[in-house]
Write a protein that binds this ligand. Sequence first.
Ligand code: AMP
Length: 438
Amino acid sequence: MTFSDLGLRAELLRAVEAQGYTIPTPIQRQAIPAVLEGGDLLASAQTGTGKTAGFTLPMLQRLADGPRPGRREVRALVLTPTRELAAQVGESVADYGRHLTLKSHVIFGGVGQQPQVDAIRPGLDVLIATPGRLLDLQQQKHVDLTKVEILVLDEADRMLDMGFIHDIKKILKVLPPKRQNLLFSATFSDEIQALANKLLDRPAMIEVARRNTTAETVDQAIYRVDREKKRELLAHLISQHNWHQVLVFTRTKHGANRLAEQLSKQEIPAMAIHGNKSQSARTKALSAFKSGDLQVLVATDIAARGLDISELPHVVNFELPNVAEDYVHRIGRTGRAGSEGQAVSLVCVDEHGLLKGIERLIKRDLEKRIEPGFEPDPNAKPEPSENGRNRGGGGRGQGRGNGQGRGNGQGQRGRDEQSQAPRRRRGGGGGGGGRRQA
Ligand code: AMP
């Protein structure tokens, strides 16, 4: 099957061709015709599956067929959890829509609002936004959402994890009742199900990768190592194997900074990317990394969400994530769209519970390796991690379920990527906090 078999118009086919894509991915094969028909859609798809084109192409086609927006009006609204994902979706919309005359713009928090207000004023066919900033602009009446024809919730699970449910509910209230809704989520918690039930009307259902499975094309391994030797082992693996483009995950912003500094001192060019960095610092680091000038990008989970670096060869979990599903998201950065990738995790004695939780979730045992010279001490005792929640599986986690920083929606403002504080209530390897109310 080719893209032209999917019923897309010539302008879109030309743009797809310019991207070098010849064969639609499974999600594109299913989502494109479903969205073109105009019905709602519930899609289970991780990043790396080609989901962005899966909703962008048919969305643009439907918009190209309709009337222009009026002042401040928006015809299609794409909500994303993070600035980076918003920017990336914005790029895709611009790329695929380059031969059409549709107007699109991306807005997110952490940058001045005036240029965004100016861009919205004449009206937009597509607005891509993070929920907090959008709600701010809507409440100030800079944007009119009452004419939205298509709503896309991209990475809906992550938006809920980040506490955006209140903002999303407020946004839903100002949208017109009759519209097309597309919901994309990598995982399906009860909360997502509840949102889908409320939002979607007899949706087409698409599931491309089984829930919580990890990409077949990713070679995954665990290096057992002592806590104190992780940095040395990482530098050794990078040099030994000549890894040239490595995305490294740490659990905390502080840890990301420290690791990037230490690697740089060892002449391995590294930069950190996380919510405390300015937007320009993040953009700079990301573009240097994408272009191959920067060897190592050290990121926290939230900052890395939605990064699209095609065919990224190496992902390293310097620490395992506290939430097992994040392992799936992290390694989704590599082996994308059929290319091969390698994901290694450096695991010390503190993390055995987390590892078990991940293996349970992905339903497979990961290969364990020991690098000569980095043999772990068999008598090492587990210690609590930096954020005190490192005893996976044992239910000893702290800091869950206190509802801190959540509540009235005001507290959410501009929070995309501002905080790495755990707000998640999903299962996996961690302790047993109660579920959050959707
Ligand atoms: P996404 O899941 O939307 O983040 O897309 C993952 C990656 O796959 C992006 O780098 C896209 O540019 C790429 N991609 C999307 N569609 C295709 C396709 N049909 N063939 C090859 N690569 C694609």
